[in-house]
Design a protein around this ligand. Structure first.
Ligand code: HEC
Length: 140
């Protein structure tokens, strides 16, 4: 093999290697392009808002405010179904008088038009408690 041919052979091998690296990169790019936009929404979640709560995606504990916004606001922000509204001290005072344990038990088990866990089936007891505290603390 003369010098020129060897150079061509090396160059050719290089081109093949470069080509396959390029192909792998394209595949990654395609995989990126076709992956789903959002996470799959699972049963029991309020898909719009809960999916947006960042702590949940990371497997952490959501703050009371996050839980409230995702699961409680629909009723407690509007008074829907007769729910005591956040910020309304008059509506909350007689409920707070029952004591935190009772409030929490009623939030977890549900009471009358208040659904169990405020429909947040993925919420831990601590997360429900934080949401109740968020409402109570902002309704004095
Ligand atoms: C579908 C509407 C709805 C949603 C969603 C909802 N609530 Fe309620 N909630 C109610 C209603 C209605 C009441 C009043 C029930 C009654 O006393 O008749 C209530 C009452 C409560 C009370 C007072 C219970 C008591 O002992 O007086 C707490 C605490 C509470 N909700 C917490 C929550 C929390 C925390 C969430 C979110 C995780 C939530 N709720 C979501 C409707 C809702």
């Amino acid at each position: 093999m003369n010098k020129v041919m060897r150079a061509l052979a090396v160059f050719g091998l290089g081109a093949v290697l470069a080509g396959s690296v390029q192909a792998a990169t394209d595949e990654d790019a395609i995989r990126d392009r076709i992956k789903p936009i959002g996470d799959v929404c699972v049963e029991g979640q309020d898909c719009g808002a809960a999916a947006a709560a960042p702590a949940e995606a990371a497997g952490g504990t959501r703050s009371g405010e996050d839980v409230y916004n995702a699961s409680c606001f629909a009723c407690h922000g509007t008074g829907a179904a007769g729910a005591p509204m956040l910020g309304n001290a008059g509506q909350w005072a007689p409920r707070v008088e029952q004591g935190m344990d009772t409030l929490l038990a009623n939030a977890i088990n549900g009471i009358r038009a208040m659904p169990a866990r405020g429909t947040c089936m993925s919420c831990s007891d601590d997360e429900i408690k934080a949401a109740v505290e968020h409402m109570v603390n902002n309704s004095k």
